[in-house]
Design a protein around this ligand. Structure first.
Ligand code: FAD
Length: 807
């Protein structure tokens, strides 16, 4: 039987032991440096507020599972959750949040100030616009849940040992073999670190960077309040409360209130003492209360809850827990030490759900809920630097309750990674947003002058204030020039690897759905599936030599996956940083590029989905005839040192043709007009290729590949749900993604990608909908509480015959 050691008996470790033993894996040992069951970790003092609604579908589902499981265990007070708005901006944002709740299946209501006060009589009605109310939210009794989980897992065979500190991770031949403790070694086939904010140290023992920063966060209890006199000391009645405009939250403790604050300065905690004695008021995860930091929050609390004027913050502490560069949890197996897993930076709220997903991953090889947003491999190398983790984790603390636009870039650190075209892009007034540490132009101010010459029917309607953020009408001009002239797009940040060595073809064939056994020069769009047939990535494979493939992938998670699967002799090398790529697209693309090259770039000379090595203006390049925007053209790759010269040569040659540089704004619109999916947004492991509309990339006849058996017999016709293309009927409401979609007045799905379609003169939204919803059907998208009519359209919206690309 597989031997598992779990490090940490907080809410995550205890849930994981429960989930593993539930699946029949009973050789489970849970070690904690602290005494059991109150170990002194973050869980031991967690106030336990569970607000389920989250922009992430996965996190919302994990919270929902936690609620159901803890209710079952008798460790949850389902008092409901209220997030109040004290500003107009927050009130608007709560409407958006209400949309997420609907999209992810959580019952939620927007309630007016009268109802807020009915539910929370101490609130000053004049301070608020209303609240988002979720009746199924509530309070986890986290420490009691740990006790119950320990009992249940123990009854199935798990062993729990307190006061046992792990001091080393044992490994041999790239696999974990056990853990070292003060009392000796414990052998194991799988070790899972659930060490909470101590996770960095455990990671170091296994040679793994765990990008989290422990930060202190203030929590205080008030004195007794006459308004709560006689309240049940154990069973709270008031809903949990968030006052996000002031970075505060509150819950009832009998006749007192507890108040948590994120309004204070970030307080990173760098060193922890070896845990000593643990009591309810002295734990290694608790630091002394710094009253001055709390003072402004106390004043704000009194404004919202005037009854607090009669009392004071009586007992407080600065409690420690984990923050990460993007605010997400950290889950996954080390790429270097097989069998060493982590499950950290996880709130009580998501603990049971994530523990279930980790148990599924370990036992079945995949989790039912897609985990890419939590995958520890999602970070780029630059994002693993201690300076980066420190700065971004603190920024996430500061912004934890802020109203954040989906495109909002971080202000710092910036300029971490720039493409070789960066200097030229700046000269053209590029407006950069950031992703994966890369600076990526969204539009170019130099193109503003083109707006006046745009045909009237290409001019988009004005956007509302929200959709207008991080956007410019210039995007329309860039889209028009791509469809009617020629544009240069910086594709450098799109991740790519080289797969090389004997056996490369067989390796890639075994992981992908499409036929790759084609001649050198072939380029193939294909999918990587998981064992259950879910789409774990879509990739583009260019066969440059018999045993050398350039593979365009979706991110670091793919690199980690490919490396973990590569057999002896096959090399997977991330070439992204050392190379660059410019997409030259538009009907005039050939007029621009052909004169610079001796290669035959005619339609038959280099066919669609073919590539080759070539020279362009003397620069050695790899040129692939591909187009993510649906126009004639090529992706042209070269090494980073040659990048600027390549850009300059193309730019000079393009001047007589009116070439422009174009950004991600236009790119996103054009790709949606062509129906090209974006992995992670439009589809994930939760979807099979047919429902996601990429079944054309599956060739079962080619032989076996991961996931083939699972999708055998499936087709678009058998899909219970489909990714559908919608166009917005009013021609002007641009939604941004994650909005709920209603069919016959009932929530039936949610938006994935969205953009204005300049060529078709309407906003576009892709959405997951029941298979019964067909082309031409009417649906409604809810946008900030308003229902907007939309129609299911046949796709692609532009150039279904592919005449624009194949010429
Ligand atoms: P922990 O509970 O810290 O458990 C990790 C365990 O690992 C510890 O018991 C520790 O002793 C053990 N360990 C570490 N190193 C070793 C080692 N070398 N050997 C053996 N054992 C080791 N979340 C919510 O969802 N809602 C809230 O309202 C909420 N409020 C919070 C308020 C405060 C003041 C704080 C500080 C946190 C709050 N959180 C809240 C966050 C939540 O408490 C934590 O995210 C959660 O408890 C983490 O659980 P865990 O099991 O990962 O970590």
């Amino acid at each position: 039987m597989t031997r598992v050691v779990i490090i940490g008996a907080g809410i995550v470790g205890a849930n994981l032991a429960d989930e593993l033993t539930l699946r029949g894996w009973t050789d489970v040992t849970v070690l904690d440096q602290g005494p059991l069951p109150l170990t002194g970790g973050s869980t031991s003092h967690a106030p336990g507020l569970v607000f389920q609604t989250n922009p992430s579908k996965a996190m919302t589902e994990f919270a929902g599972y936690t609620v159901r499981k803890l209710l079952d265990l008798g460790c949850f007070h389902q008092v409901g959750g209220m997030e109040v708005a004290s500003t107009a901006a927050r009130w608007e944002d709560l409407k958006r949040k209400h949309g997420w709740a609907t999209s992810w299946g959580v019952g939620a209501y927007l309630i007016d100030p009268d109802e807020c006060v009915r539910r929370w009589p101490m609130l000053d009605q004049n301070q608020i616009f209303g609240a988002l109310y979720v009746p199924t939210d509530g309070l986890a009794v986290a420490s009691r849940a740990v006790e119950e989980l320990i009992k249940r897992a123990s009854s199935r065979g798990a062993r729990f040992a307190g006061s046992t500190r792990v001091t080393g991770i044992e490994q041999a031949n790239g696999r974990v073999t056990g853990v070292k403790t003060h009392d000796g070694e414990i052998p194991a086939d799988i070790v899972v670190s659930c060490a909470g904010f101590w996770g960095r140290e455990i990671g170091e023992m296994a040679g793994m960077t765990v990008p989290l920063l422990p930060l202190a966060h203030q929590y205080a209890k008030t004195g007794q309040l006459p308004e709560l006199a006689g309240a049940d000391p154990v069973r709270p009645a008031l809903p949990i409360l968030r006052h996000q405009d002031q970075d505060l939250y509150s819950r009832q403790h009998g006749d007192r209130l507890g108040i948590g604050s994120y309004a204070h300065r970030p307080m990173p905690v760098d060193t922890f003492a070896e845990p000593g004695e643990v009591t309810a008021s002295a734990m290694p995860s608790m630091l002394p209360f710094t009253e001055d930091d709390f003072a402004p929050s106390w004043e704000e609390s009194k404004l919202l809850l005037p009854a607090l004027g009669q009392t004071k913050a009586e007992e407080g502490f600065n409690g420690i827990f984990s923050f990460t560069p993007d605010g997400g949890s950290l889950v996954g197996e080390s790429s270097d030490v097989r069998g060493f897993w982590i499950a950290e930076a996880i709130w009580v709220t998501h603990s049971a759900g994530i523990a279930k997903a980790v148990a599924e991953s370990i036992v079945d090889g995949r989790s039912e809920t897609d985990l890419h947003e939590l995958d520890v491999h999602r970070f780029e190398d630059v994002q693993l630097a201690p300076e980066y983790i420190r700065e971004t984790a603190q920024q996430n603390f500061v912004e934890i309750y802020d109203v954040l636009h989906p495109l909002q870039p971080r202000l710092s650190p910036r300029d971490l990674r720039v493409s070789p075209f960066h200097a030229r892009q700046r000269e053209l007034g590029a407006v950069f947003l950031e992703a994966g540490g890369w600076e990526r132009p969204h539009w170019f101010e130099a193109n503003a002058s083109l707006l006046k010459d745009l045909p009237h029917d290409f001019l988009p309607p004005a956007r509302d204030a929200w959709a207008g953020q991080f956007h410019s009408p210039i995007v329309a001009a860039e889209a028009w020039h791509t469809r009617n002239g020629v544009a240069m797009y910086d594709m450098t940040p799109l991740k790519r690897v080289e797969v090389s060595g004997p056996g490369s073809l067989e390796f890639l064939q075994g992981l992908t759905t499409n036929q790759l056994a084609k001649s050198v020069g072939s380029v193939t769009y294909t999918l990587m599936l998981d064992d259950a047939g879910g789409v774990r990535s879509d990739i583009t494979v260019a066969r440059l030599e018999p045993e050398l493939f350039q593979v365009g992938i979706n991110g670091n998670i793919d690199v980690a996956y490919l490396r973990s699967r590569a057999p002896e002799g096959v090399r997977v090398q991330d070439t992204t940083g050392g190379t660059c790529c410019v997409g030259v697209w538009g009907p005039l693309a050939r007029d621009l590029v052909q004169p610079l090259s001796a290669e035959d770039l005619s339609h038959t000379g280099l066919k669609y989905f073919r590539g080759r090595r070539a020279r362009i203006a003397g620069v050695p390049v790899t040129i692939l005839r591909l187009s993510y925007v649906g126009e004639l053209g090529w992706e042209i790759y070269t090494s980073a040192d040659n990048g600027q010269r390549l850009w300059d040569a193309l730019w000079r040659a393009g001047q007589p043709l009116g070439v422009i540089a174009a950004g991600r704004g236009a790119f996103n619109s054009l790709r949606l007009e062509k129906g090209y999916r974006l992995w992670g947004t439009d589809m994930t492991t939760e979807h099979d290729p047919y429902e996601a509309g990429v079944g054309f990339a599956v060739r079962p006849a080619k032989g076996d590949f991961v996931g083939r058996a699972a999708i055998d017999g499936r087709s678009e016709g058998t899909s219970a749900r489909r990714l559908r293309c919608l166009t917005v009927d009013d021609g002007r409401t641009v939604v941004l993604g994650k909005e709920p979609v209603f069919v016959d007045g009932t929530p039936a799905g949610y938006v994935t990608s969205a953009a204005y379609g300049y060529t078709i003169g309407r906003p576009i939204a892709y959405a997951w909908l029941p298979g019964s919803v067909g082309i031409g059907d009417q649906v409604q998208i809810e946008y900030f509480g308003r229902r907007v009519a939309a129609t299911v359209a046949a796709e692609p919206l532009v150039d279904p015959g592919m005449e624009r690309i194949r010429r």
